[in-house]
Design a protein around this ligand. Structure first.
Ligand code: HEC
Ligand code: HEC
Ligand code: HEC
Ligand code: HEC
Length: 208
C-alpha cells in the first residue's frame, strides 16, 4: 500500500467512526417522542411556561383529576366591590331623581330567556359581592365557571379537559387556561354570526 492510500483509508475509518458515534447518540432515544420529551424538560433554558404568563394574576382550579390555573377576575371588574353601593336594599337604590340614568343601564340580558333567567339567577339577593348558584350557594367571582357549569355541562367538561377554550402561553406546564367569561360576556354570551374572510381573487386578476 502506498502512503497516499494509507492516509485516505485512515481518513475514511475516522469518518465512519465519527458518523457511527453520532448514530449511537441518536439511539439514546427509542422514538422521536422520547427525544422531544427529553429535550423539552429544559427548553431555551426554561423549565416551565411561567415566563409567558408572568403578567397574568391567576387562581387555581381543582376539580377531580384536573388541576390548572385561570386568570383572576375580581381586579378586572370595573364595578367591584359591588357592596360599595349595594349596602342598602335595591328598592332604596332604585329611588332616582327624575331624568337620572339607572345604574347598569348598559347591561342588557340576552341569555336564555326571561322565563329561565334574570339578574337574580346569578347575582346575590342578599350578598352582591358573590355570584349565586341556582340553590343560592355562594360562588366567588373568580370561579364563575361554576355558575356556567350548572347549565352547560358539556362545554364545562370539554373546557376542563382542554378541548373548549384556549390555553395561554404554550403547552408546557403549568397549564393556564382562559375562563368562560374571558371569552363569553355572561350577559350576552353568544358570538355574532359572521361571514368567513374571503380573499377577492377576481379583483386581483383584473389588476394583472
Ligand atoms: C356605583 C354604585 C354601584 C355599584 C358599584 C354596583 N351597583 Fe348594582 N346597582 C346600583 C344601583 C343604583 C342600582 C339600582 C338600579 C337603578 O339604578 O335603578 C343597582 C342595581 C343592580 C341590580 C338589579 C338590577 C335590576 O334591574 O333589578 C343588580 C343585579 C346589580 N345592581 C348588580 C351589581 C353587581 C353584581 C355589582 C358588582 C359587580 C354592582 N351591581 C355594583 C349601583 C351600583
Ligand atoms: C348567567 C349569569 C348572570 C346573569 C343572569 C347576570 N349576570 Fe351580571 N355578571 C355575571 C358574571 C359571571 C359577572 C362577572 C363577569 C366577569 O368576570 O367579568 C357579572 C358581572 C356583572 C357586573 C359587573 C360588570 C362590570 O364590568 O363592572 C354587573 C354590574 C352585573 N353583572 C349586573 C347584572 C345585571 C344588572 C343583570 C341583570 C340585567 C345581570 N348582571 C345578570 C353573571 C350574570
Ligand atoms: C340557569 C342556566 C344557565 C346558566 C347559569 C348559564 N347559562 Fe348559558 N345558556 C342557558 C340557556 C338555557 C341558553 C340558551 C339555549 C342554548 O342556546 O343552549 C344559554 C345560552 C348560552 C350560550 C349561547 C349558546 C349558543 O348556542 O349560541 C353561551 C355561549 C352560554 N350560554 C354561555 C354561558 C356562560 C359563559 C355562562 C356562565 C357565565 C352561562 N352560560 C350560564 C342557560 C344557562
Ligand atoms: C377561549 C375562548 C373560550 C372560552 C374560555 C370558553 N368558550 Fe365557549 N365558545 C367559544 C367559541 C369561539 C364558541 C363557538 C361560538 C360559535 O360557534 O358561534 C363557543 C361556544 C360555546 C357555547 C355554544 C355551544 C357550542 O359548544 O358551540 C357554549 C354553551 C359555551 N361556549 C359555553 C362555555 C363555557 C360554559 C365555558 C367555560 C367552562 C366556555 N364556553 C369557555 C369560546 C370560548
Amino acid at each position: 500500500m502506498t502512503t497516499k492510500v494509507k492516509v485516505i483509508s485512515l481518513i475514511i475509518v475516522v469518518c465512519l467512526f465519527a458518523v457511527s458515534c453520532k448514530h449511537s447518540d441518536e439511539h439514546k432515544y427509542h422514538t422521536v417522542t422520547d427525544k422531544i420529551e427529553a429535550n423539552s424538560i429544559v427548553y431555551k433554558g426554561e423549565t416551565s411556561s411561567d415566563i409567558y404568563n408572568e403578567t397574568i394574576k391567576k387562581v387555581e382550579v381543582k376539580d377531580g383529576e384536573f388541576e390548572f390555573l385561570i386568570p383572576e377576575r375580581k381586579s378586572q371588574i370595573a364595578s367591584y366591590n359591588c357592596t360599595e353601593c349595594h349596602s342598602q336594599p335595591l328598592e332604596k337604590l332604585k329611588e332616582h331623581k327624575v331624568g337620572e340614568k339607572a345604574a347598569h343601564w348598559n347591561i342588557k340580558l340576552n341569555h336564555a330567556g326571561p322565563e329561565t333567567m334574570n339578574c337574580t339567577t346569578c347575582h346575590g339577593k342578599n350578598d352582591f359581592d358573590n355570584l349565586q348558584s341556582l340553590t343560592n350557594s355562594e360562588i366567588d367571582f373568580n370561579y364563575s365557571y361554576k355558575l356556567c357549569s350548572q347549565c352547560h355541562q358539556d362545554q364545562f367538561k370539554d373546557w376542563k379537559g382542554g378541548a373548549h377554550g384556549k390555553q395561554l402561553g404554550g403547552w408546557a406546564p403549568p397549564r393556564v387556561s382562559n375562563t368562560c367569561v374571558n371569552c363569553h360576556n355572561p350577559h350576552s354570551p353568544q358570538f355574532e354570526k359572521r361571514w368567513p374572510v374571503r380573499f377577492n381573487t377576481t379583483v386581483e386578476k383584473e389588476r394583472e
